[in-house]
Design a protein around this ligand. Structure first.
Ligand code: ADP
Ligand code: MG
Length: 765
């Protein structure tokens, strides 16, 4: 009988389970219950969030196990994906990308961190082996060597995470540490395979969170950290108060996170700042801006006459003063920039007062743009500190981006996020499709009939020029007085939009529109689209900041804007479109991704309660669908889903053509197997058998029948043999018994004859 591999199984990298899980809910996945949180669909890694630490799965020992091992040989793991990317980079010199997606709380950021840790470790290990440097391999998480004054690039990349999280993460209803921005970290490697530089790019920070946050969510972590952790001298210099006394934060009653100390986190953030090389003075200035945003939120306005307003006396006036103090600007100038609008006219600038609600909007706009620019500054700072390597051989890009979203109410953010996911899905589809095609070509298989399902029509609907949804939105936003209903009406009236099969107008929800995305239909409410898309560059704000006594704040104003109308136009408000900027960023991202070879990780959130050991099949299925996993399966099924190397094929199916299999030619044997099974749904490639969907199952049925038949024959002979043997034994026993009995009878008869004879003799005598 032929030897060989036994079925499809992964060598288990984890030999022993570290501990047993807590009690399991009635519905659970057996693998998940065993802490086997990773699996593969093709080359896609699916990672199910365990919601509890699994230290036995990670660390230097595990990294060492996965290093250099062929993908798929060991049990599925995120390190295997990171290693595949690193190995491909080293062997082909081509840039790689690892795309991580999933819904909020699914574990994207944790997965990205694990990947970065692996890449840092593998780079060091590889360089140490090839003797390219004398640096020892530090175990991840160990403090860096005190003798090396310049921190290693990989350490800085890892240390930038807590810093970005402090400023860009917040507690949401789904995740206590939810990233409110997309992130692409491009990790550059030198010729020896060691990390030599990195670039961090961020996408679509959720700036509206600065001014509006509701129970049970929180604003960005840094606000709470600063309020709780600032030293007494900082507290005094920044005029800080407890978080609940700042209006922007008090809109939610949540200020603390379970098991997290805001003050400790503040210390961690300051350490991380030093770690990526932010000078202490710059760190102080950045936190001054954070404090200024908080103080701005407390500046309230009262109407003082027709369409005029002023800052409320007392607490609000003190807050205005504190904000001006933190920004190093004149309080009167700040008040003026908040309560008035300057219009440029041919006769010179005209300053007109604002009504109280408009002033409040104006204040929120300043707070949001200050914070967004601070975040951009931080990203620039991190990039400058880590440094780019112009001579980098290639890079591995790690994309940690929000997955497809569909809620009860969907807003502008969901629209942008879903646009990003449509783009990524197109990239994914074409990659999976191209991979299939490439394999068929390599194997000389006819693939011409495989249909490529594209989502270009959705992208045309959203991004199309000149009349896609985004173009309509920007058109409407250019009119300051336009209302949300104008946008909805424009959409319904635009032939390019309304004629798209992917667009529909829900009958029950006025002002809404539905897009049939690849993962399902999503209905968007247009109410906030205009306000969220408009990022007015308010000339007064720019001029105010540019004139700050603090060079840090002045540098946050992008360019000095003359309020005297020198820039032309009727209004000093210049519209800048958030969506258009996002679209440009996305195009850059896609260009970077298309130059790299992709690897995919899909994170799955097993339950809505963020609880360990709970697996809800319905939501998991939905996420697999949104992540395009089922689409990948579909593309694969459209062609030849089973691709089996000849040797494995014959190992498994030799029983269907035993004579051919015994001859030793695997290709001929495989064809003989197919012929004996009268199989039609297959093609014989160069190294593999390609089977259509269902063909494998049909062959397996035949094989089972054959084996069953053989088993029956074996059983027949076995049973016959046993029956014969037991019959023979019984017969022998009977014969023995009979012989004994007969002997005894014969002896008894002889005795009685002798006795009779003797009696006769006696009587005769
Ligand atoms: P996302 O970025 O997708 O919103 P996170 O990566 O922040 O989600 O993960 C949410 C939480 O889930 C983390 O704070 C952590 O507690 C838990 N988690 C995620 N991945 C893992 C993992 N591999 N092991 C243990 N806990 C994890
Ligand atoms: Mg995240």
């Amino acid at each position: 009988m032929r030897g060989g591999k036994k079925g499809r199984g992964w060598r288990q990298a984890v030999e022993t389970r570290a501990r047993r899980r807590p009690t399991l809910s009635p519905s659970f996945s057996p693998s998940y219950a065993l802490d086997a949180i990773y699996t593969y669909t093709g080359t896609i890694l699916i990672a199910v969030n365990p919601f509890c630490p699994l230290p036995h799965l990670y660390g230097a020992d595990m990294m060492a196990q996965y290093r250099g091992v062929r993908f798929g040989e060991l049990s599925p793991h995120v390190y295997a994906v990171a290693d595949a990317a690193h190995a491909a980079l080293r062997s082909t010199g081509r840039s790689q990308s690892i795309l991580i997606s999933g819904e909020s709380g699914a574990g994207k950021t944790e997965t990205a961190k694990l990947i970065m840790q692996y890449l840092a470790w593998a780079g060091e290990a590889g360089a140490a082996e090839s003797g390219a440097g004398a640096r020892a391999v530090p175990p991840p998480g160990s403090p860096s060597s005190p003798t090396r004054e310049k921190r290693s690039v990989e350490r800085q990349v890892l240390e930038s995470n807590p810093l970005l999280e402090a400023f860009g993460n917040a507690k949401t209803a789904r995740n206590d540490n939810s990233s409110r921005f997309g992130k692409f970290v491009d990790i550059q490697f030198d010729a020896s395979g060691r990390i030599s530089g990195a670039a961090v790019r961020t996408y679509l920070l959720e700036r509206s969170r600065v001014v509006s946050v509701n129970d049970p969510e929180r604003s960005f972590h840094i606000f709470y950290q600063l309020c709780a952790g600032a030293s007494p001298s900082e507290r005094e210099a920044l005029r800080l108060r407890p978080a609940q006394e700042f209006a922007y934060l008090a809109r939610s009653s949540c200020t603390n996170l379970d098991g997290v100390s805001n003050a400790d986190e503040y210390a961690r953030t300051r350490t991380a700042m030093a770690g990526v090389g932010v000078a202490p003075a710059d760190g102080d200035a950045a936190l001054r801006v954070v404090a200024a945003v908080l103080h701005l939120g407390n500046v309230a306005f009262v109407a003082t006459g027709d369409d005029e307003c002023a800052v409320v006396e007392g607490d609000a006036a003190a807050s205005l003063d504190a904000a001006a103090h933190c920004l190093r600007v004149d309080p009167a100038a700040l008040a003026k920039s908040l309560t008035t609008r300057t219009r440029a006219t041919p006769d010179g600038p005209i300053v007109s007062p604002l009504p109280a609600p408009a002033a409040a909007d104006n204040r929120d706009a300043l707070a949001k743009s200050l914070y967004a620019r601070l975040f951009d500054w931080l990203v620039d700072r991190i990039n400058a500190a880590i440094g780019q390597d112009p001579a980098a051989a290639a890079s591995v890009g790690v994309l940690d981006i929000y997955g497809f979203e569909c809620f009860d109410a969907n807003d502008f953010e969901q629209f942008c996020i879903n646009l990003a996911n449509e783009k990524l899905q197109q990239h994914f589809n074409s990659h999976v499709f191209k991979m299939e095609q490439a394999e068929y070509e390599r194997e000389a298989i006819d693939w011409s009939y495989i249909e490529f399902v594209d989502n270009q029509d959705v992208l045309d609907l959203v991004e199309g020029a000149p009349a896609g949804v985004l173009a309509c939105l920007d058109d409407v936003c250019r009119f300051p007085r336009a209302a949300a209903s104008d946008f909805a009406e424009k959409l319904y009236a635009s032939p390019a939009v309304a004629s798209s099969a992917r667009f529909s107008r829900p009958k029950t929800q006025p002002g809404a529109f539905t897009v049939a995305h690849y993962a399902g239909g999503v209905t968007y409410d247009t109410t906030n689209f205009l306000s969220k898309n408009r990022d007015f560059v308010v000339a007064e704000h720019e001029a105010l900041l540019a004139g700050s006594g603090d060079p840090f704040v002045a540098a946050l104003a992008p360019q000095a804007v003359a309020v005297d109308g020198a820039r032309g136009g009727a209004s000093a408000y210049r519209f800048s479109s958030v969506a258009a900027r996002f679209k440009t960023q996305l195009a850059d991202l896609m260009a970077a991704l298309s130059a790299a070879e992709p690897h995919y990780v899909r994170c799955v959130k097993p339950n809505a309660a963020n609880a360990p050991a709970r697996f809800e099949p319905g939501p998991v299925l939905h996420q697999l669908r949104c992540g395009g996993v089922l689409e990948a399966v579909r593309i694969s099924c459209a062609g030849f889903p089973a691709k089996v190397p000849y040797a494995d094929f014959v190992d498994h199916f030799w029983a269907l053509a035993p004579a051919a299999a015994a001859a030793g030619d695997d290709v001929a044997a495989a064809k003989a197997v197919a012929a004996s099974a009268k199989l039609s749904g297959f093609q014989a490639g160069r190294t593999k058998m390609f089977l259509r969907a269902g063909a494998m199952a049909a062959l397996d049925r035949l094989r089972t029948d054959k084996l069953n038949g053989a088993a029956v024959t074996l059983q027949r002979f076995g049973r016959g043999f046993l029956a014969r043997r037991s019959f023979a034994r019984a017969r022998a026993a009977v014969v023995t018994l009979q012989a004994g009995v007969r002997g005894w009878l014969a002896r008894a008869r002889a005795r009685s004859l002798r006795q009779a004879k003797a009696a006769t003799r006696i009587q005769a005598a």
